[in-house]
Design a protein around this ligand. Structure first.
Ligand SMILES: Cc1cc2nc3c(=O)[nH]c(=O)nc-3n(C[C@H](O)[C@H](O)[C@H](O)COP(=O)(O)O)c2cc1C
Length: 377
């Protein structure tokens, strides 16, 4: 198997295994998609990626991470995203969307404004007021953060319903793949990690209690998301913390999610916060791919590898060695939206710019021939 072998997930065929990982742009206003999202994501479809994910999209307003997050908590928000999905599909990429709830990490400043909580002075600075975040337990994300309001059973039911309703809107917008953002310290991860969940009711305590919210969300989405369309969960495979969530927990959770109609586990890690410093991750290209490999082997479910992947050979090897079925890239495709097309060339899967859109490839192939003929390159 190679990076450029098609991959079928339920009734959806991906033309290759390259996935554009969700990347929040913090450019939405009141949750609405605009021209920025169309151009940002459209570039990746023109660049040949098989599956292009729209960024973390909030299922309710209080679940936004920042004021600039996209949202699908109102029917009015469908149209802007439908425009994006339509363009991606028309240009040959499968359009995907990530549904998200930030939980205790809500009401945060954009990365370039400090990644710290929004405070009253942001009203004067940017016209953006703080709001009260919710979470499994009243434990702040990190030092200097306010404690979230502990979610009541009614809050939990509302959030589950919000994921279901957002999935219904994603379907109406034309997306073919939904990924649930259950990683990086956002709400669902806050529930399954013992670091952030101190509840004593049915949604906390032991392992079974802590994974309950994720399972209920999978079921709720599956109740409206068609059989023929794939559902993906992004998990943090480990918290990198003693006493935290571990790879074995992820494998067991993956099996349970698979039973509820989840098709792929997207294996990331970290982000839960808390008082302890995480164990140092051994960073290297594809450092999280071993998590994808273990989940794929032990839970018998398709996986996606992500994180610190840029070299076409490295990406191809992840698929060829059976570590994962899909390879997601984020920062590298920001640097080069045509990464997939260049990878195809590097791996000998494209000659003469044949995979490129003719509006680009026709010119590039002719220039290439001329440059070669003249010995200029
Ligand atoms: C600009 C930016 C925004 C991101 N936003 C999201 C997001 O909305 N949802 C998500 O799951 N991960 C998000 N991430 C994480 C990426 O999806 C990816 O997991 C991470 O960057 C590691 O992959 P990379 O080394 O290829 O960049 C973001 C990363 C970047 C660089």
């Amino acid at each position: 198997m190679t990076l450029f072998a098609p991959f079928t997930l339920r009734g959806v065929e991906l033309p290759n295994r390259v996935v554009v990982s969700p990347m929040s742009q913090y450019r939405a206003g009141r949750g609405f998609a605009n021209d920025w999202h169309l151009v940002h994501l459209g570039r990746f479809a023109l660049g040949g990626a098989g599956l292009v994910f729209c960024e973390a999209t909030a299922v309710e307003a209080r679940g936004r991470r920042t004021h600039g997050d996209l949202g699908l908590w109102r029917d009015e928000q469908i149209d802007g995203l439908a425009r994006v999905a339509r363009f991606l599909a028309a240009e040959g990429a499968v359009p995907g969307i990530q549904l998200a709830h930030a939980g205790r990490k809500a009401s945060e400043r954009r990365p370039w404004h400090g990644e710290t909580p929004v405070v009253a002075e942001d009203i004067a600075l940017r016209g953006e007021a703080p709001w009260t975040a919710i979470g499994p337990s009243p434990l702040p994300y990190a030092e200097g953060w306010p404690a979230p309001a502990e979610m009541t059973p009614a809050d939990i039911a509302e959030v589950v319903a919000a994921f279901r309703d957002a999935a219904r809107r994603a379907l109406a917008a034309g997306f073919k793949v939904v990924e649930v953002y259950a990683a990086h310290g956002f709400l669902i991860h806050q529930f399954y990690s013992p670091i952030a969940n101190r509840r004593e009711d049915a949604y906390g305590g032991d392992y079974e209690g802590r994974i309950r919210l994720g399972l209920e969300i999978a079921e709720a989405i599956r109740s409206v998301w068609p059989e023929a369309l794939p559902l993906i969960f992004r998990l943090s495979a480990t918290d990198w913390l003693d006493g935290g969530w571990e790879l074995e927990d992820t494998i067991a959770f993956a099996r349970r999610l698979k039973d509820r109609g989840v098709d792929v586990i997207d294996c990331s890690s970290g982000g839960i916060g808390g008082k302890e410093r995480p164990r140092r991750m051994a960073l290297s290209q594809g450092f999280q791919a071993p998590f994808a490999e273990a989940v794929r082997r032990e839970a018998g479910i398709a996986t996606m590898a992500v994180g610190f992947i840029w070299d076409p050979d490295a990406a191809n090897a992840i698929v060829a060695h059976g570590q994962a079925d899909l390879v997601a890239l984020a920062r590298e495709v920001l640097s080069d939206p045509n990464w997939t097309l260049r990878a195809a060339e590097a791996l000998g899967r494209d000659e003469g710019f044949a995979l490129w859109k003719p509006e680009f490839g026709w010119w590039l192939s002719r220039r290439d021939r001329l440059v070669r003929k003249l010995g200029l390159r």
